[in-house]
Ligand binder design. Sequence first.
Ligand code: GTP
Ligand code: MG
Length: 299
Amino acid sequence: LVAATPYSTLPSVLLVGPSGAGKTALLTLFERGPLATHTQQQQHKDEKQRQLNNTAVALTHTSQAPATVELSVSDDGASSFRDDLDAAGSAHKKFLLVDTPGHAKLRRHALARIQGTTATTAAAVTTTTSSSSSDSSSKSKVKAVVFVVDAAALADGDALPETAGYLYEVLLSLQKRMGAGKGSRAPASVPVLVAANKLDLFTALPAALVRSNLEAELGRIRRTRSRGLLDSGVGADEDVAAAGAAGDESDNWLGEYGSDKFSFKQMLEFDIEVDVVGGNVIGEGPGADRWWRWIAERI
Ligand code: GTP
Ligand code: MG
């Protein structure tokens, strides 16, 4: 069930991705799951559920601050987001689902959490949009990242550089986080689910194409960035300068160092699992169950 004031000790799953991909819509779907079905007859469940979800989803708008809901999965990970585990009295684990704004100027919210900044640092970053729930969830351990992409927008091509650029930031942050643990104990790995959303639209790319297009674009970005490093020493690239790692190219290289093509499998070298799974929040299609199961298995 959903609580307004989540406990800071619960693990969290981050929803990240570009603006308009469907993060808030997905959060709303998972949040309403148990509530929407609670009072309904079993045989009308699916249809009613869809109507309710469509109504809820239609009300989303561009997010300006992170939002958090508390959700539960059963201990065996086999429950649906439609199940009300509290009411059923079955054994379950709670976690926080954290929605982050996708707008380029607000991505620090998501990136700060991924980098595992301390609560005080994260709080300092979010002072302008302080909300009690986002403050408490920033202390919670990130267990997994769900990177939501608009598979229909990716078909046009314009959205690809923008989407891949943000994914590059996310993956490189996770990679550096793993590298920083060298010598002492490596931090727990954080798996990434690329949720290829909006598969209800006939223009949407299938998950396999979302995967290969993103891999190709990430490879292109990697090549461009490494060239920038070589040309200017200290990069004109903001991120290189910010990392203070001018000259140390291997630290800023995503995936297998020196490789020609990028693939998500290369992230396994840093113990980072990346899966691409298609689905949709509204309309007819594969739905959101496979994403829910992916999350449930990692909580
Ligand atoms: P920001 O808050 O700006 O980062 O965007 P967001 O990722 O939270 O996007 P949001 O959830 O607000 O969804 C953007 C639009 O996409 C909304 O109009 C949703 O109704 C629509 N949308 C979300 N999921 C789906 C889907 O599966 N299919 C279709 N057709 N539309 C969807
Ligand atoms: Mg949103």
